[in-house]
Design a protein around this ligand. Structure first.
Ligand SMILES: [Mg+2]
Length: 275
Protein backbone atom coordinates (compact mmCIF):
# COMPACT_ATOMS: atom_id res chain seq x y z
CA UNK A 1 0.00 0.00 0.00
CA UNK A 2 1.47 3.33 -0.94
CA UNK A 3 1.72 6.29 1.45
CA UNK A 4 -0.99 8.32 -0.33
CA UNK A 5 -3.54 5.53 0.06
CA UNK A 6 -2.63 4.97 3.72
CA UNK A 7 -3.03 8.70 4.39
CA UNK A 8 -6.44 8.73 2.65
CA UNK A 9 -7.67 5.81 4.75
CA UNK A 10 -6.39 7.55 7.92
CA UNK A 11 -8.29 10.78 7.08
CA UNK A 12 -11.40 8.78 6.36
CA UNK A 13 -11.23 6.94 9.74
CA UNK A 14 -10.73 10.23 11.61
CA UNK A 15 -13.68 11.76 9.72
CA UNK A 16 -15.89 8.75 10.58
CA UNK A 17 -14.95 8.87 14.23
CA UNK A 18 -15.63 12.64 14.41
CA UNK A 19 -19.01 12.09 12.78
CA UNK A 20 -19.84 9.38 15.36
CA UNK A 21 -18.84 11.69 18.20
CA UNK A 22 -21.10 14.36 16.74
CA UNK A 23 -24.03 11.91 16.62
CA UNK A 24 -23.35 10.75 20.16
CA UNK A 25 -23.11 14.29 21.44
CA UNK A 26 -26.47 15.38 20.02
CA UNK A 27 -28.86 15.45 23.01
CA UNK A 28 -31.90 13.24 22.68
CA UNK A 29 -35.32 14.73 23.32
CA UNK A 30 -36.39 14.01 26.91
CA UNK A 31 -38.43 10.84 27.44
CA UNK A 32 -42.00 11.48 28.54
CA UNK A 33 -42.50 10.46 32.18
CA UNK A 34 -44.06 7.02 32.55
CA UNK A 35 -47.81 7.25 32.96
CA UNK A 36 -48.78 6.48 36.56
CA UNK A 37 -51.62 4.04 36.88
CA UNK A 38 -53.31 5.48 39.98
CA UNK A 39 -56.00 2.79 40.01
CA UNK A 40 -53.32 0.08 40.10
CA UNK A 41 -51.55 1.96 42.84
CA UNK A 42 -54.73 2.24 44.93
CA UNK A 43 -55.38 -1.43 44.28
CA UNK A 44 -51.94 -2.22 45.71
CA UNK A 45 -52.76 -0.30 48.89
CA UNK A 46 -55.71 -2.63 49.40
CA UNK A 47 -53.84 -5.96 49.11
CA UNK A 48 -53.68 -6.71 52.83
CA UNK A 49 -57.34 -5.92 53.37
CA UNK A 50 -58.47 -8.19 50.54
CA UNK A 51 -56.11 -10.96 51.60
CA UNK A 52 -57.33 -10.79 55.18
CA UNK A 53 -61.02 -10.73 54.30
CA UNK A 54 -60.80 -13.52 51.73
CA UNK A 55 -58.20 -15.89 53.12
CA UNK A 56 -57.83 -15.46 56.85
CA UNK A 57 -59.30 -17.82 59.40
CA UNK A 58 -59.56 -14.74 61.62
CA UNK A 59 -62.13 -13.08 59.33
CA UNK A 60 -63.96 -16.40 59.01
CA UNK A 61 -64.10 -16.78 62.78
CA UNK A 62 -65.13 -13.16 63.41
CA UNK A 63 -68.05 -13.58 61.03
CA UNK A 64 -69.20 -16.72 62.84
CA UNK A 65 -68.73 -14.94 66.15
CA UNK A 66 -70.83 -11.99 65.02
CA UNK A 67 -73.74 -14.25 64.21
CA UNK A 68 -73.33 -16.15 67.49
CA UNK A 69 -73.67 -12.83 69.32
CA UNK A 70 -76.65 -12.00 67.11
CA UNK A 71 -78.52 -15.02 68.51
CA UNK A 72 -77.94 -13.87 72.09
CA UNK A 73 -79.09 -10.32 71.35
CA UNK A 74 -82.10 -11.55 69.41
CA UNK A 75 -83.24 -13.75 72.29
CA UNK A 76 -83.01 -10.82 74.71
CA UNK A 77 -84.72 -8.33 72.43
CA UNK A 78 -87.61 -10.65 71.59
CA UNK A 79 -88.57 -10.60 75.28
CA UNK A 80 -89.78 -7.02 74.87
CA UNK A 81 -93.51 -7.13 74.13
CA UNK A 82 -94.69 -5.32 70.99
CA UNK A 83 -97.90 -5.66 68.98
CA UNK A 84 -96.06 -5.38 65.69
CA UNK A 85 -94.32 -8.41 64.19
CA UNK A 86 -90.59 -8.61 65.00
CA UNK A 87 -88.13 -7.88 62.22
CA UNK A 88 -84.40 -8.25 61.65
CA UNK A 89 -82.73 -5.86 59.21
CA UNK A 90 -79.54 -6.97 57.48
CA UNK A 91 -77.27 -5.33 54.95
CA UNK A 92 -76.23 -7.58 52.03
CA UNK A 93 -72.63 -7.04 50.90
CA UNK A 94 -70.05 -8.40 53.36
CA UNK A 95 -72.95 -9.00 55.78
CA UNK A 96 -74.84 -11.90 54.22
CA UNK A 97 -73.03 -12.23 50.86
CA UNK A 98 -69.25 -12.54 50.46
CA UNK A 99 -67.89 -10.42 47.60
CA UNK A 100 -64.24 -10.93 48.45
CA UNK A 101 -63.72 -12.98 45.23
CA UNK A 102 -64.62 -9.84 43.26
CA UNK A 103 -62.04 -7.88 45.25
CA UNK A 104 -59.40 -10.60 44.74
CA UNK A 105 -59.88 -10.47 40.96
CA UNK A 106 -59.72 -6.68 40.99
CA UNK A 107 -56.49 -6.70 43.04
CA UNK A 108 -54.94 -9.37 40.82
CA UNK A 109 -55.67 -7.20 37.77
CA UNK A 110 -54.52 -3.97 39.47
CA UNK A 111 -58.06 -2.58 39.37
CA UNK A 112 -60.27 -1.00 41.97
CA UNK A 113 -64.07 -1.07 42.27
CA UNK A 114 -66.05 0.09 39.27
CA UNK A 115 -69.73 -0.27 38.50
CA UNK A 116 -69.29 -2.19 35.24
CA UNK A 117 -67.18 -5.04 36.63
CA UNK A 118 -69.25 -5.05 39.83
CA UNK A 119 -72.43 -5.58 37.79
CA UNK A 120 -70.72 -8.43 35.91
CA UNK A 121 -69.96 -10.02 39.28
CA UNK A 122 -73.46 -9.63 40.75
CA UNK A 123 -75.02 -10.81 37.46
CA UNK A 124 -73.44 -14.19 38.14
CA UNK A 125 -75.43 -14.55 41.41
CA UNK A 126 -72.60 -16.70 42.70
CA UNK A 127 -71.52 -14.95 45.88
CA UNK A 128 -71.18 -17.34 48.82
CA UNK A 129 -72.90 -16.73 52.13
CA UNK A 130 -71.02 -15.03 54.96
CA UNK A 131 -70.32 -17.73 57.58
CA UNK A 132 -73.19 -17.98 60.07
CA UNK A 133 -75.58 -15.73 58.10
CA UNK A 134 -77.95 -18.32 56.66
CA UNK A 135 -78.09 -20.22 59.95
CA UNK A 136 -78.83 -17.10 62.00
CA UNK A 137 -81.49 -15.68 59.68
CA UNK A 138 -83.17 -19.08 59.37
CA UNK A 139 -83.20 -19.26 63.17
CA UNK A 140 -84.66 -15.73 63.49
CA UNK A 141 -87.26 -16.47 60.81
CA UNK A 142 -88.22 -19.62 62.72
CA UNK A 143 -88.87 -17.45 65.77
CA UNK A 144 -91.35 -15.37 63.77
CA UNK A 145 -89.06 -12.53 62.61
CA UNK A 146 -89.45 -10.94 59.20
CA UNK A 147 -86.07 -10.55 57.53
CA UNK A 148 -85.47 -7.32 55.59
CA UNK A 149 -82.48 -6.84 53.31
CA UNK A 150 -81.51 -3.16 53.04
CA UNK A 151 -78.71 -2.75 50.52
CA UNK A 152 -77.05 -0.11 48.38
CA UNK A 153 -77.03 -2.42 45.44
CA UNK A 154 -78.60 -0.80 42.38
CA UNK A 155 -82.20 -1.43 41.36
CA UNK A 156 -80.88 -3.16 38.18
CA UNK A 157 -79.36 -5.81 40.43
CA UNK A 158 -82.68 -6.79 41.98
CA UNK A 159 -83.34 -10.04 40.12
CA UNK A 160 -79.78 -11.35 40.31
CA UNK A 161 -79.52 -10.47 44.00
CA UNK A 162 -82.76 -12.30 44.82
CA UNK A 163 -81.55 -15.26 42.77
CA UNK A 164 -78.28 -15.32 44.73
CA UNK A 165 -80.03 -15.08 48.12
CA UNK A 166 -82.61 -17.67 47.17
CA UNK A 167 -79.99 -20.14 45.90
CA UNK A 168 -78.34 -20.01 49.34
CA UNK A 169 -81.72 -20.53 51.07
CA UNK A 170 -81.87 -17.16 52.80
CA UNK A 171 -85.36 -16.61 54.26
CA UNK A 172 -87.70 -13.90 52.91
CA UNK A 173 -85.64 -13.55 49.72
CA UNK A 174 -88.40 -11.78 47.80
CA UNK A 175 -89.18 -8.33 46.40
CA UNK A 176 -91.15 -7.24 49.46
CA UNK A 177 -88.20 -7.81 51.77
CA UNK A 178 -85.46 -6.39 49.53
CA UNK A 179 -84.94 -2.61 49.72
CA UNK A 180 -82.35 -1.51 47.16
CA UNK A 181 -80.72 1.90 46.76
CA UNK A 182 -83.15 4.54 45.56
CA UNK A 183 -81.07 7.58 44.75
CA UNK A 184 -79.21 7.79 48.04
CA UNK A 185 -76.83 5.56 49.95
CA UNK A 186 -78.42 6.88 53.18
CA UNK A 187 -80.52 3.97 54.50
CA UNK A 188 -82.39 6.00 57.15
CA UNK A 189 -85.66 6.31 55.22
CA UNK A 190 -85.66 2.63 54.26
CA UNK A 191 -85.08 1.57 57.86
CA UNK A 192 -87.94 3.87 58.94
CA UNK A 193 -90.23 2.27 56.37
CA UNK A 194 -89.55 -1.17 57.87
CA UNK A 195 -89.97 0.20 61.42
CA UNK A 196 -93.41 1.59 60.52
CA UNK A 197 -94.97 -1.85 60.37
CA UNK A 198 -92.49 -3.94 62.34
CA UNK A 199 -90.76 -4.05 65.67
CA UNK A 200 -87.12 -3.98 64.60
CA UNK A 201 -85.31 -6.16 67.13
CA UNK A 202 -81.83 -6.33 65.56
CA UNK A 203 -79.72 -4.98 62.72
CA UNK A 204 -76.60 -6.54 61.20
CA UNK A 205 -74.09 -4.84 58.90
CA UNK A 206 -70.43 -4.41 57.99
CA UNK A 207 -70.65 -0.61 58.18
CA UNK A 208 -71.75 1.49 61.14
CA UNK A 209 -73.89 3.40 58.63
CA UNK A 210 -75.95 0.20 58.35
CA UNK A 211 -77.21 1.20 61.80
CA UNK A 212 -77.23 5.00 61.81
CA UNK A 213 -76.37 7.65 59.24
CA UNK A 214 -74.58 9.72 61.87
CA UNK A 215 -71.65 7.37 61.30
CA UNK A 216 -71.07 8.90 57.89
CA UNK A 217 -69.32 11.81 59.62
CA UNK A 218 -65.70 10.88 60.37
CA UNK A 219 -64.41 14.42 60.78
CA UNK A 220 -64.13 14.29 64.57
CA UNK A 221 -62.02 11.52 66.09
CA UNK A 222 -62.65 9.36 62.99
CA UNK A 223 -66.25 8.86 64.21
CA UNK A 224 -65.16 6.96 67.31
CA UNK A 225 -66.84 9.56 69.54
CA UNK A 226 -70.16 8.69 67.89
CA UNK A 227 -69.54 5.03 68.72
CA UNK A 228 -69.04 6.01 72.36
CA UNK A 229 -72.13 8.22 72.41
CA UNK A 230 -74.28 5.38 71.06
CA UNK A 231 -72.53 2.58 72.95
CA UNK A 232 -75.60 1.22 74.75
CA UNK A 233 -77.83 1.21 71.66
CA UNK A 234 -75.10 -0.32 69.53
CA UNK A 235 -74.44 -3.06 72.06
CA UNK A 236 -78.07 -4.01 72.24
CA UNK A 237 -79.33 -3.63 68.67
CA UNK A 238 -76.42 -3.83 66.24
CA UNK A 239 -74.03 -6.58 65.19
CA UNK A 240 -71.02 -5.27 63.25
CA UNK A 241 -69.12 -7.63 60.96
CA UNK A 242 -65.53 -7.10 59.75
CA UNK A 243 -64.71 -5.60 56.36
CA UNK A 244 -61.45 -3.71 55.80
CA UNK A 245 -61.76 -3.91 51.97
CA UNK A 246 -63.87 -0.76 51.46
CA UNK A 247 -66.37 1.46 53.22
CA UNK A 248 -66.94 4.76 54.96
CA UNK A 249 -63.65 4.63 56.85
CA UNK A 250 -61.71 4.60 53.62
CA UNK A 251 -63.96 7.07 51.79
CA UNK A 252 -63.47 9.50 54.67
CA UNK A 253 -59.72 9.52 53.95
CA UNK A 254 -59.60 9.08 50.16
CA UNK A 255 -62.62 11.22 49.22
CA UNK A 256 -64.68 10.74 46.10
CA UNK A 257 -62.45 12.39 43.50
CA UNK A 258 -60.24 10.92 40.79
CA UNK A 259 -57.97 7.95 41.45
CA UNK A 260 -55.03 10.36 41.52
CA UNK A 261 -56.73 12.53 44.17
CA UNK A 262 -57.63 9.45 46.23
CA UNK A 263 -54.04 8.30 46.15
CA UNK A 264 -52.73 11.75 47.09
CA UNK A 265 -55.24 12.02 49.97
CA UNK A 266 -54.16 8.62 51.26
CA UNK A 267 -50.45 9.50 51.18
CA UNK A 268 -51.21 12.85 52.85
CA UNK A 269 -53.16 11.07 55.58
CA UNK A 270 -50.11 8.99 56.51
CA UNK A 271 -47.89 12.07 56.52
CA UNK A 272 -50.32 14.02 58.74
CA UNK A 273 -50.64 11.13 61.16
CA UNK A 274 -46.96 10.43 61.68
CA UNK A 275 -46.08 9.99 65.31
MG1 LIG B 1 -72.18 -4.02 53.35
Amino acid sequence: MNRVLIAAIGVSIVACSRQQKLVEATPLPPEPPPAIDHAASLSHYGYDAVLWQHASAEAYRLQQQGYELARLRLTENLKVADKRPPAVIVDIDETVLDNSPYQVDAAADGRIFDQATWKEWTDRSKAAAIPGAVEFLTYAHGLGCHIYYITNRDIREKATTLKNLDSLKFPDADEKHLLLMEGTSDKTERRARVANDNHVVLLVGDQLRDFDERFKDRTVNDGKNTVDLMADTLARYFILLPNPMYGTYRDAVQGKGTDEEKQRNMIDWFQRNRN
